[in-house]
Design a protein. Structure first.
Length: 145
C-alpha cells in the first residue's frame, strides 16, 4: 500500500518550477530502446517530480510519451503491453471534479519493477463512486507477479 501511496504524487505537490526548460522533454525518441531504457526514463521522471524539479503537468506529458515509446518497443519486439487496472473509491463523490482522473498515480507501482505507465486516455470515473486508473505494462514485467 505504501508503494501505491508514494506513487500517487497527486496534486498535493507545490509546483515550483512550471517553466523548467529541461523538464518538458516530450519529443519522441528515434529509437526508444528497450524496456530497461524506458524503466530508467520512468525513474528519472519520478525523481524529478519527487524532488519538485518537474511539475506534474509536465511529468504527465512525459508519461504519455513513455507510453507511446513502450508501445513502439512492443511493436518492434512483437508484443503488446498488458493492461492493468487500479480501482479506487472516490472519498467525496459530491466533490467530483472534471480533472479527477489526474489523481491517478503515474505508474502502477513505485519501484517500477513492473514498468506500467499510466494510460490517461483510458482512465475514467465510473458513476460518481469509483476512479479507474488504467496502465499499460511491459509483458515481462507483468510475469514477475
Amino acid at each position: 500500500m505504501r508503494a501505491l501511496a508514494a506513487a500517487f504524487l497527486g496534486s498535493a505537490f507545490i509546483l515550483v518550477s512550471a517553466g523548467h526548460p529541461a523538464a518538458d522533454q516530450t519529443e519522441p525518441l528515434a529509437n526508444p530502446g528497450s524496456v530497461d531504457d524506458l524503466r530508467e526514463r520512468a525513474r528519472e521522471i519520478l525523481a524529478g517530480v519527487q524532488e519538485r524539479e518537474v511539475p506534474l503537468t509536465v511529468a504527465r506529458r512525459q508519461i504519455e510519451q513513455l507510453l507511446r515509446d513502450l508501445k513502439a518497443v512492443g511493436d518492434a519486439e512483437g508484443w503488446t503491453p498488458v493492461n492493468r487496472r487500479l480501482e479506487m473509491t472516490i472519498a467525496r463523490p459530491e466533490d467530483l471534479r472534471p480533472t479527477l482522473t489526474e489523481e491517478c498515480p503515474l505508474f502502477f507501482e513505485e519501484e517500477l519493477i513492473q514498468l506500467c505507465p499510466l494510460d490517461q486516455s483510458r482512465s475514467e470515473i465510473w458513476g460518481n463512486q469509483v476512479l479507474v486508473c488504467e496502465f499499460a505494462c511491459a509483458p515481462e514485467s507483468d510475469s514477475s507477479r
